[in-house]
Design a protein around this ligand. Structure first.
Ligand code: ZN
Length: 276
C-alpha cells in the first residue's frame, strides 16, 4: 500500500510530467474490482473529464488530489498498486481501474491492488469526503509540532489503552503512516510495537516524534519504499531496515537477531534488545 512517502513522490512526478496536459478521454476501469470505490458512472466520468487540464497535484495523508481544471478534482486515496505515466506511443497495461489519455498521446493509468478510492468531485467538494474532512495534521505539515504530538498522545491516554503501533497505524491518528513505514519509525525510536502509549516518558515521546520525522524524510528523499513503484514504474530507493528480509539477521545497532510478530493486523519486525 502507498503511504505518505509514495504519495508525495507520485504527486511530485505528476507535477513534473503530467500537469498542464489536456485530457482527451477519461475512463473508469475495464477490470471490475469490488474494492475500488467510484463515485461516478462510466458515462459521467468520460463526460466530466474530456477537455480538462491537469493542475498541480498535492497530497494529504494517504490521499492524492489531482485538479482537473476547470472545476474538478480527481481524488485517489488509500490505494496500493500502480499509478503509471505512459509516454506517447507506449503500450498501455491490459487492465486498469482508471485511465486518462491526453491530447499529446500520453496517458495515465491506475490499477489498485487491494482497495482504494478513485473519485471525481466538483472542486471543493472533495474536502467533504469521509476521511478527508476533519483529517488530523499530517507529519509533513507545519502543524505537526512536538507540542501537537504530545497533545495527541495525552488525548489518546484518556481513552482505551493503545500501544505505539496503534498510534502509528490505526484510524489515521497520524495520517499517511502505515504498517510499512511504522516498523522503521519504531526501530529508530527504540520502542517495541506493544509499548503502551500511557507510560511513554517525555524522552521516549520526543524520540518517537524525531523518528517519525527522520524516517519520513529519508523515505521521501528516496522516492518511496523499494517495494512500491513510482509514476515511471521504477521502485523507490528507500530500503526498510525492519522488513521481512531482516528476520533472523543481526540488528544494525546491537547485533541481536531481528524478530517478527503478528500484531494489530500486520507483521511487526523489531530488535528485541533495542526496542523496549
Ligand atoms: Zn538492536
Amino acid at each position: 500500500m502507498f503511504e505518505l512517502p509514495e504519495y508525495i513522490t507520485l504527486a511530485r512526478q505528476i507535477n513534473e510530467t503530467v500537469t498542464g496536459k489536456t485530457i482527451q478521454r477519461g475512463a473508469l476501469g475495464n477490470s471490475p474490482h469490488k474494492f475500488v470505490w467510484y463515485n461516478r458512472t462510466h458515462e459521467e466520468f468520460a463526460a466530466l473529464t474530456a477537455g480538462k487540464t491537469v493542475g498541480q497535484a498535492h497530497v494529504r495523508g494517504r490521499w492524492l488530489f489531482i485538479p482537473l481544471e476547470p472545476g474538478y478534482v480527481l481524488l485517489l486515496g488509500e490505494c496500493g498498486g500502480r499509478l503509471l505515466y505512459h509516454p506517447p506511443g507506449a503500450r498501455l497495461p491490459g487492465k486498469y481501474h482508471l485511465w486518462l489519455t491526453f491530447t499529446d498521446g500520453s496517458a495515465l493509468t491506475a490499477m489498485t491492488q487491494m482497495w482504494g478510492a478513485m473519485e471525481l468531485y466538483e472542486a471543493g467538494r472533495e474536502q467533504e469526503r469521509q476521511y478527508v474532512k476533519g483529517m488530523r495534521p499530517t507529519p509533513v505539515e507545519p502543524a505537526f509540532t512536538f507540542d501537537y504530538f504530545a497533545s495527541l498522545i495525552a488525548e489518546l491516554r484518556t481513552g482505551e489503552k493503545r500501544s505505539v503501533k496503534a498510534l502509528l497505524t490505526q484510524e489515521q491518528l497520524i495520517p499517511g503512516l502505515g504498517n510499512a513505514i511504522a516498523q522503521d519509525i519504531m526501530f529508530r525510536a527504540g520502542l517495541h510495537p506493544r509499548h503502551p502509549l500511557g507510560d511513554l516518558s517525555e524522552a521516549q515521546a520526543r524520540a518517537l516524534y524525531d523518528a517519525i520525522r527522520a524516517t519520513l524524510d529519508a523515505a521521501i528523499v528516496g522516492g518511496g519504499r523499494d517495494d512500491e513503484f513510482d509514476l515511471h514504474d521504477q521502485p523507490g530507493r528507500y530500503k526498510r531496515l525492519m522488513a521481512s528480509r531482516a528476520v533472523g539477521q543481526p540488528c544494525p545497532t546491537c547485533g541481536a537477531a531481528i524478530e517478527k510478530i503478528q500484531y494489530l493486523g500486520g507483521a511487526c519486525y523489531f530488535c528485541p534488545r533495542c526496542q523496549i
